[in-house]
Design a protein around this ligand. Structure first.
Ligand code: C2E
Ligand code: CA
Ligand code: CA
Length: 402
């Protein structure tokens, strides 16, 4: 049960009637710290007082001056780390689109309610509220400069975390995905969404990929020596695929580390596969010829055509987490999931469901016949040193429950 006085609620809606109604419902539910605003500008002023600024916002979408989506953009600029709950008269599709947009900005969205909201619906969603994340000390969102990042790469401040991937039918741990973090000396753990695009924009992405890949290869070698058979996946940026030398560069690093290419997978995100493909296609094809495995990441977020997919030599397709988590309970997501899975099978690729967050997601992807699962339900990304113990406890748990 959440601590009701710890939740500092802001209700933002242009209709004063709604403000009164929601204010009364919240009071009846026992929430004492509630403020209301009828326009975005007034609401944003509340964030200038960091000590008691809101950590839960009930947001209307359709407002005359600053609409709800614009307001979300301002929240992102202010590094808002609280939660959001949409309360609007818009239809289901629109509400889901708005939720998705806010999540894309890494804002925690508790859900949405259609007006007029019921007290029960409100209570249920607010019940999901959690104090802004303290478990993994995530650094405050901040924009890093190119020089700072360049120095961090050179000083070895980037560390790899590894998230397990398991076969959905047998539970066998088949591999890990490498996810880079920046162990910042002052700011703590900084996540890739705060520096990958900086690296891409300032010509540092090849340096970054070299650091990640070098560490991942060294780690793969250690696991191999310890008798752990794992496919180690590394994320590439499309910007890595700009120069034909990149294939030789990867081949060279693997050879130097003494790691077989067929135990490494390279992930490329789908949303960028529509760009001019001549050089990337050549590089990817050469890497495939050298036996590296190729994986399409975030499938469903771009709009690659059937022809493009057919022409690219991929081994694996990762269905984006936005079509996995909660798909069991949502017809539209389920349709996207099923068609991605069908496509994967027709093209003879392995399917991976990303974002398997809970038991219901896990049961769903197994029942649908997806090959591989990845997500918080299986395990969160972890330092390499934690992996062997995790594998042991996972296998014990899996054996006990099957
Ligand atoms: P991605 O490749 O799609 O990686 C999956 C992201 O989803 C990771 O976020 C992971 O921690 C998170 N995740 C895993 N399971 C779940 C789940 O069940 N639920 C939810 N909600 N999230 C889950 P992370 O580590 O913050 O990485 C974000 C993105 O940064 C990655 O997305 C990838 O595109 C990029 N990235 C990470 N490492 C590298 C890298 O070394 N090079 C490049 N170019 N990009 C990287
Ligand atoms: Ca990935
Ligand atoms: Ca992904």
């Amino acid at each position: 049960m959440e601590n009701k006085s710890a939740i500092n609620i802001l209700v933002l809606d242009d209709e004063s009637f709604m403000l009164k109604l929601l204010g009364r419902m919240l009071a009846n539910l026992g929430y004492t710290a509630v403020s209301t605003c009828d326009n975005g500008h007034a609401a944003l002023a509340l964030f200038d007082r960091p000590n008691d600024s809101p950590n839960l916002i009930l947001l209307d979408l359709n407002m005359p001056e600053m609409d709800g989506l614009e307001f979300v953009r301002h929240l992102v600029e202010r590094h808002y780390i609280g939660s959001l709950l949409l309360v609007s008269g818009e239809d289901e599709r629109m509400q889901q689109a708005a939720e998705k947009l806010a999540r894309a900005h890494k804002i925690t969205v508790l859900g949405h309610l259609h007006k007029p909201a019921s007290a029960q619906g409100l209570a249920e969603l607010i019940g999901k509220w959690a104090a802004p994340s303290k478990n993994e000390p995530r650094a405050q969102r901040k924009v890093y400069g190119a020089d700072e990042l360049r120095a961090a790469i050179a000083n070895g401040e980037l560390v790899n975390y590894y998230q397990p991937k398991v076969r959905a039918d047998s539970g066998r741990v088949m591999g890990v995905e490498t996810l880079v973090r920046w162990r910042h000396p002052q700011d703590g753990m900084v996540f890739p969404d705060q520096f990958i695009s900086v690296a891409e924009a300032h010509g540092l992405i090849d340096n970054l990929t070299r650091a990640v890949l070098t560490n991942a290869l060294a780690q793969a070698k250690l696991w191999q020596n310890a008798g752990l058979t794992l496919i180690v996946a590394v994320n590439l940026s499309m910007d890595n695929l700009a120069s034909p030398d990149f294939a030789d560069f990867v081949v060279g690093l693997a050879a130097k580390a003494g790691v077989l290419p067929q135990t490494m997978a390279l992930e490329v995100t789908e949303s960028r596969l529509m760009e001019d493909l001549r050089i990337p296609l050549e590089i990817l094809t050469r890497l495939r010829l050298k036996r590296f495995l190729l994986s399409i990441d975030d499938f469903g977020t771009g709009n690659s055509s059937m022809a493009q997919l057919r022409d690219l030599p991929f081994d694996e397709l990762k269905i984006d987490q936005s079509f996995v988590h909660g798909a069991w309970n949502n017809e539209k997501l389920r349709a996207m999931f099923d068609s991605s899975l069908g496509l994967t099978k027709q093209l003879g690729m392995e399917s991976v469901a990303e974002g398997v967050e809970d038991q219901a997601d896990w049961d769903f992807v197994r029942q649908r016949g997806c090959d591989i699962a990845q997500g918080y339900f299986v395990a969160r990304p972890m330092p390499a040193a934690d992996l062997p113990a995790w594998i042991q406890s996972w296998q014990r748990g899996f054996a006990a429950s099957n």
